[in-house]
Design a protein around this ligand. Structure first.
Ligand SMILES: [Zn+2]
Length: 272
């Protein structure tokens, strides 16, 4: 045993001078040992017992790893995921022109002040009703200027902006299918102090500061923050909030992530 143990270091230093008969025999033994180690490694890999990092080091792109990755990223064709509260809709992820949420309710029924009516998905409307009520108790007026928009309505509003502003309309309004408003969970806020407009002066009002502090408690988050245009594809929209559920809104509040980055990591891909 002792001879075998010390032989390792010898083999390395003497092999430079050329292998002796004894060393060839030891070299052969080493090959057998290495082969056994290799086979054990593959065995572990096939049994799925290895850690992720180790599997990468031993076997950079195993067919097994690739096929399981594929399975988690591509649900079956019949799966519809657009009703999920954490579905990712942005410039590269779109909803189909057919998608209409099935549980749209009138915001007026939930005591939400609007400019000319509006509908949202039931869960979002319930939470929004509580949000505007509590804001009002704190002395802040919040009025919804825009809520759910169908694919066709988005098409019309986008074309309108495009004819008025040209190519820059692309950063002001989503192309049809790419709007969070089609989800039935996004709203645009305004109020008297902002002249009932959707523009940046809204961000200088106390109602906006109230939203900054409290919107997440009701499951709403600012979707297009200031200075994140490169990431979200849209300029700052201090008035545009999206409901994602209280749990995810809290997770977002506690993280440094924007909604975009958060949904890229843990969101659901739209299939509808
Ligand atoms: Zn909006």
């Amino acid at each position: 045993m002792r001879g075998d143990f010390s032989g390792g270091e010898d083999l390395v230093s003497r092999s430079v001078l050329g292998p002796t008969k004894k060393h060839r025999r030891r070299g052969g033994r080493l090959v057998v040992i290495l082969a056994l180690v290799f086979l054990l490694g593959v065995g572990y890999s096939l049994l799925g017992l290895e850690e992720e990092g180790m599997a990468l080091a031993i076997w950079p792109s195993t067919p097994v790893a690739e096929s399981s990755k594929k399975q988690t990223q591509e649900p079956s064709d019949s799966a519809t995921t657009c009703d999920e509260m954490n579905v990712l809709v942005d410039r590269s992820h779109s909803l189909s022109s057919e998608y209409v949420p099935r549980d749209l309710v009138s915001l007026q029924d939930y005591g939400v002040p609007t400019l000319g009516g509006g509908v949202l998905r039931r869960e979002a409307a319930e939470h929004l009703g509580r949000l505007v009520e509590d804001a009002a108790e704190g002395g802040e007026e919040l009025v919804v200027a825009s809520a759910y928009r169908s694919y066709e309505e988005q098409q019309l509003s986008h074309e309108k902006l495009r004819s008025a502003f040209g190519a820059v309309a692309g950063t002001m309004s989503a192309t049809p299918g790419h709007s969070q408003h089609q989800l039935g969970t996004a709203v645009d806020f305004t109020h008297a102090a902002a002249g009932y407009q959707l523009w940046e002066p809204f961000a200088r009002t106390s109602a906006y500061r109230w939203l900054e502090d409290h919107a997440w408690e009701y499951g709403f988050v600012l979707a297009y923050p200031r200075g994140k245009k490169e990431q979200t594809g849209y300029q700052w929209e201090p008035w545009h909030y999206r409901y994602v559920g209280v749990e995810d809104a809290k997770r977002l509040e506690e993280s440094d992530l924007s909604l975009q980055a958060f949904l890229e990591r843990v969101g659901t891909m739209p299939h509808c």
